[in-house]
Design a protein around this ligand. Structure first.
Ligand code: SAM
Length: 272
């Protein structure tokens, strides 16, 4: 007899979607890379520091962190998605980098000793975890006292708004995942204090991105979490997405293409 099928495990959905997207993640346009640079700049890492990059993806934060800590420092990357880990491990090997490693892991239950890192980085991940408070407690556990945590969120300016609207038009209003509240600084900052961090401070970062065509935007949507919706659509539903995308792109039209202006917020706090 088949096992009864319940609602899908949210972590399996997140890990599976990012694994499927890993090959093209941040390759269609370098969207996450500039935010990774801003995150690492805000963390102000010391040379020689030992850094944990949680949800390392394709290394938007990890490669910048390696530049900051130098050869005497090190970076450990962990990610839920095996496809991301394999792709990043291949990139590290191809560049002959010896002071970074990457492994599959869950931010809610880090398989790492207490007090073993000077810094924890988490670019655009806290709002994916089913239990963000547990993730923040894990960050506090693995950090040394005085260690820095740096997180990026969209803080109300998510680039997925169009996809959300299309999803609602096709399938009706969906309940927001509880963790999505952590994509807001008014929720994240007090949660950091509760988890044992001092002085959360936010820096707003705005980046501009250029697309040549609707087809390129669609490929970009398939290269990150928006892929989850697009992969579930039949031909008719996909046609509706393309219509809504074309309408939306008219609001972004610039000379010979489309411009996305995207804001994000980097938050830095220190372990008490
Ligand atoms: C939007 S990507 C960000 C990746 C990278 N930090 C960057 O800035 O490009 C989100 C990443 O979070 C990972 N992720 C989501 N939930 C996670 C969890 N509970 N533990 C570890 N990684 C997780 C996903 O697999 C994905 O690689």
């Amino acid at each position: 007899m088949d096992a009864p099928s319940g609602p899908p495990d949210p972590k399996a959905v997140v890990g599976g979607t990012f694994s499927a997207a890993a090959e093209t993640y941040d390759q269609v346009i370098p969207f996450f890379a500039p935010f990774g640079r801003a995150l690492v700049a805000a963390a102000d890492l010391n040379r020689g520091a030992r850094v944990l990059d949680v949800a390392s993806g394709r290394g938007a934060c990890l490669f910048r962190a390696l530049e900051s800590v130098g050869p005497e420092g090190s970076v450990v990357g962990i990610d839920l998605a095996p496809g991301m880990v394999d792709a990043l491990a291949a990139d590290l090997a191809a560049r002959g980098i010896a002071n970074a490693s990457v492994q599959v892991g869950d931010a809610e239950a880090l398989d790492l000793p207490a007090g073993s890192f000077d810094a924890v980085l988490a670019g655009f991940m806290i709002f994916f975890a089913p239990d963000p408070d547990r993730v923040l407690a894990e960050f506090a556990r693995v950090l040394k006292p005085g260690g820095v945590v740096a997180l990026t969120i969209f803080d109300g300016s998510t680039p997925s708004q169009l996809l959300r609207q299309v999803g609602e038009e096709l399938f009706g209003a969906q309940d927001a995942r509880a963790a999505e509240a952590f994509d807001r600084s008014e929720v994240l900052d007090p949660a950091l204090v509760h988890a044992g961090f001092d002085r959360p401070e936010g820096i707003d970062v705005t980046e501009r991105f250029r697309f040549d065509s609707a087809e390129q935007v669609e490929r970009w949507h398939r290269s990150h979490f928006a892929r989850l919706l697009l992969d579930s659509l039949d031909d008719q539903q996909l046609a509706l997405y393309r219509t809504r995308l074309a309408e939306h792109l008219e609001t972004m039209r610039v000379d010979g293409g489309f411009e996305l202006v995207q804001r994000a917020r980097v938050t830095v706090a220190y372990k008490r």
